[in-house]
Design a protein around this ligand. Structure first.
Ligand code: NFE
Ligand code: MG
Length: 578
């Protein structure tokens, strides 16, 4: 007889996610359902506003991927108005996006995902000397002495003996599926704590270019902070040589942590869980929009991460995508708590997207989702009618399939060390490893972008903003455009329709909506659901560690994924902007 395992809320994520899994008597997952259980109000409140202000509202969709909605928003307006931006602004945006990736991925690995693989309490049994030997055998990271690990262990013991595990409370400690030796657990706990202080340095990059973090400033047509090579009061508040030196220092710290901590830890931990490279694949379809424009003012000639679709694991063909074409990107609501004016069965392109709430599900608290009908506040995005996985794995596969040499070498090294074939990437741990690999690929590129920016400034190019289209009276009466990027969790795009200088429609289709969305009108599962239905057996249904491993491998963000209006479709708040 089928049993129902309900995990609600899934913790160590952003937002509110419920997973239901049906299992057979042996604990094997036979069916899985993903439900976003909260609802918010961003797309609707953008209507009627000045398009140049949209980024500041859209960015509040999420505080985790803190800048991505700002970038997608300014790019949407720039696409609609055919608004070119200066080369320096493009480089500054690249550096800000890259810092976001590496920051987000390291935080995910240590603070959100590691505890699925690392038993914190077991670290108390570790021998600090043996831990030091282990750490030194995999990395030249200087913080690896026996005394250092003994101190870490003492800190941890104080937590446990004081009955105050705090951030480490409520894990499934002692679960037999934890397989690391105590020394590896202690090393990972030490790096968990180090990553907390490391990230304080990384966010400075956003503060230098964008004034603050989270939610740095942006500007339609360029970058918000002028560049100054002079001295005096105006130089002090501009992007100056002090700021640029700090950026260089941050990039050096990011590079060191990725090379000497994150990458070796990923490989060391993954080596104990190789069977997790053989389950949790899911759809086998992958989509990217592309990011990191590499040359030209608009930067549209060349992207470091290419755009496209991979179908059924076939890396020999990258299918082109068109974000403007009707029938390519569409959102469905057959199993979502929404209605469409033309009927619940149809798909809508985001230019024509609607957010009409219609909650028909059981009122929480509920025993079970009404999965035959609607069961999520997420929509179901599809490409040409097919479900897609987005995110680091999609990007690494796209880079690999398009022949990007650094990616091929790095993936070859990592898989070689683990003794695994390329097909191992289609899995739960493949997804997690892809996040580490892309952090290395991106951080390796940051120094080059930094050098380009400094070279431009030395050559006298201080331009960061294009004034040409700033005045709305220069705009066409009607315009529409799409701003896309690769957010840490995957392909992100905002579609904007501008009429008479104001926003007439605004739709965001977000990475976690692609991955965490429910079934569509054809019954096709989303990526989370499909992944859970790929070879998962629960050792103990009361401690569903296996569900957490695979869901966390996607790094869920449900605030991003659900960003619509309130229950009755009414205005929730009025914000006066003067
Ligand atoms: Ni809120 Fe987000 C990212 C975006 S995920 S974290 O990365 O866009 O849906
Ligand atoms: Mg949306």
């Amino acid at each position: 007889m089928n049993k129902r395992v309900v995990v609600d809320p899934i913790t160590r994520i952003e937002g509110h996610l419920r997973i239901e899994a049906a299992t057979d008597d042996a604990g094997k997952i036979t069916d899985a359902y993903s439900s976003g259980t909260m609802v918010r109000g961003i797309e609707t409140i953008l209507k009627g506003r000045d398009p140049r202000d949209a980024w500041a509202f859209a960015q509040r969709i999420c505080g985790v991927c803190t800048l991505v909605h700002g970038i997608a928003s300014v790019r949407a307006v720039e696409d609609a108005l055919q608004y070119e931006i200066p080369a320096n602004a493009q480089i500054i945006r690249n550096l800000m996006i890259a810092a976001q990736y590496v920051h987000d991925h390291v935080m995910h690995f240590y603070h959100l995902h590691a505890l699925d693989w690392v038993d914190v309490v077991s670290a108390l049994k570790a021998d600090p000397k043996a831990t030091s030997a282990l750490a030194q055998s995999i990395s030249a990271w200087p913080k690896s002495s026996p005394g250092y690990f003994a101190e870490t262990q003492k800190t941890l013991r104080n937590f446990v003996e004081g009955g105050q595990l705090g951030i480490f409370a409520n894990g499934y400690w002692g679960h037999p599926e934890y397989r690391l030796p105590p020394e590896a657990n202690l090393m990972a706990v030490a790096h968990y704590l180090e990553a907390l202080s490391w990230q304080r340095d990384v966010v400075k990059l956003h503060a230098i270019f964008g004034g603050k973090n989270p939610h740095p400033n942006f500007l339609v047509g360029g970058a918000p902070s002028p560049i100054s090579v002079g001295s005096g009061a105006s130089a002090a508040t501009a992007l100056n040589i002090d700021g640029l030196n700090k950026v260089k220092d941050v990039i050096t710290k990011m590079q060191a942590f990725v090379d000497q901590v994150y990458l070796p830890d990923t490989l060391a931990i993954a080596g104990f869980y190789k069977d997790w490279f053989a389950r949790g694949e899911g759809l086998g379809n992958f989509l990217t929009y592309g990011d990191f424009p590499l040359k030209g003012h608009g930067g549209k000639e060349s992207w470091m991460i290419p755009a496209g679709v991979i179908l059924n694991r076939d890396l020999s063909t990258i299918h082109p995508i068109d974000l403007n074409a009707p029938g390519e990107i569409e959102e469905f609501v057959a199993h979502s708590w929404y209605d469409y004016s033309g009927g619940k069965e149809q798909g809508l392109h985001p230019y024509d997207g609607e957010t009409n709430l219609h909650f028909t599900g059981p009122q929480p608290p509920y025993e079970q989702l009404d999965v035959a009908n609607a069961y999520s506040w997420l929509k179901s995005p599809r490409w040409k009618g097919q479900a897609m996985e987005v995110g680091p794995l999609a990007r690494v596969l796209m880079l690999y399939a398009s022949g990007h040499e650094p990616t091929k070498q790095l993936a070859g090294m990592a898989l070689g060390k683990l003794g695994l074939p390329l097909t191992a990437m289609f899995s739960t741990l493949g997804r997690t490893a892809a996040r580490t690999l892309e952090s290395k690929i991106v951080v390796d590129q940051m120094g080059t972008w930094y050098d380009e920016l400094v070279a431009n400034i030395r050559a006298g190019d201080l331009s960061v903003h294009n004034e040409a289209l700033w005045d709305p009276s220069s705009w066409p009466g009607k315009a529409k455009g799409v701003g896309f990027m690769e957010a840490p969790r995957g392909a992100l795009a905002h579609w904007i329709v501008i009429e008479d200088e104001k926003i007439a429609n605004y739709q965001a289709v977000v990475p976690s909506t692609w991955n965490a969305g429910p079934r569509d009108e054809k019954g096709q599962t989303g990526a989370y659901e499909a992944a859970l239905m790929d070879r998962h057996t629960l050792h103990d249904p009361k401690q569903p560690l296996e569900i957490l491993r695979t869901i966390h491998s996607f790094d869920p963000c449900i605030a991003c994924a659900v960003h619509v209006t309130d229950k009755d479709g009414e205005e929730m708040v009025q914000v006066k902007v003067r």
